[in-house]
Design a protein. Sequence first.
Length: 305
Amino acid sequence: MERIEAGLDKSGKVIAWRHRSVAPSIGSTFAAKAVHEASFELGMGLVDMPFEIANVQCENPEAVAHTRIGWFRSVSNIPRAFAIQSMVGEIAHATGRDQKETLLELIGSPRIINLDFVKNLWDYGEPYDSYPIDTARLRRVVETVADKGQWGRSVPKGGGLGIAVHRSFVSYIATIVEVAVDDKGKLTVPRVDTAIDCGTYVNPERIQSQIEGAAIMGLSLAKYGEITFKDGKVQQKNFDDFPVIRMDEAPLVTNVHIVPPAADTPPSGVGEPGVPPFAPALLNAIFAATGKRIRTLPIGKQLET
């Protein structure tokens, strides 16, 4: 569960932000009394939030695990990016502003984020001096995807565009998703554009394949990714009762835009960071298309009329 509250001044500028994030920790698999998330879990989109806001408070209440927890691609970044970037979309709508411009305003000025106050800061196992949070790079991927993805372009009736950005595994990723929703609530994704800044890279085809895969996984999770329990047991057993998207539901076009790095930028992650911004971009697009705000995943039948 992610709960975010924002306070705005009279001009609509966000001046206060409180993010309460609660989930069982994977540490509970190894220690029964682990009821708060570990520092590496908190470092995936909570305490490393990059917005330029005067008053920020992050909270992590207790959560007791009721089942064994395993690793998952992109880990805690998925719920955090979903909550934060969906909130950006909500703020933009509430203040009558463009999503992209609201996002850039929240990111703020180009700077290196000072996280000296964070105890046991976790930066994906890398030294923060070498891999700091650089908002210039975050802004650049937003601006790149907005340019390449033609942000603001006209889409057919029932269509919408959504945007989101997230830093994870010391890389910077921004995504625009175009959706189409028919009068019965059937969702299709005609186009996805993603910009990635992963520092110095060697094989661009490998980057492209990973980001294409992230779009497929992100859409599958957002539409169907749910595990349920009954009498203490997981109900799903195989792909007959745990659906994933197939070819006819996959994004029709996925464009990958690699941001050229500065000469001295060290390499960073590619495999996992493409997933977190997908769902909030998708849900922001659905809102643009339908006016319906979905705050709980998976989407399931929430769009059906």
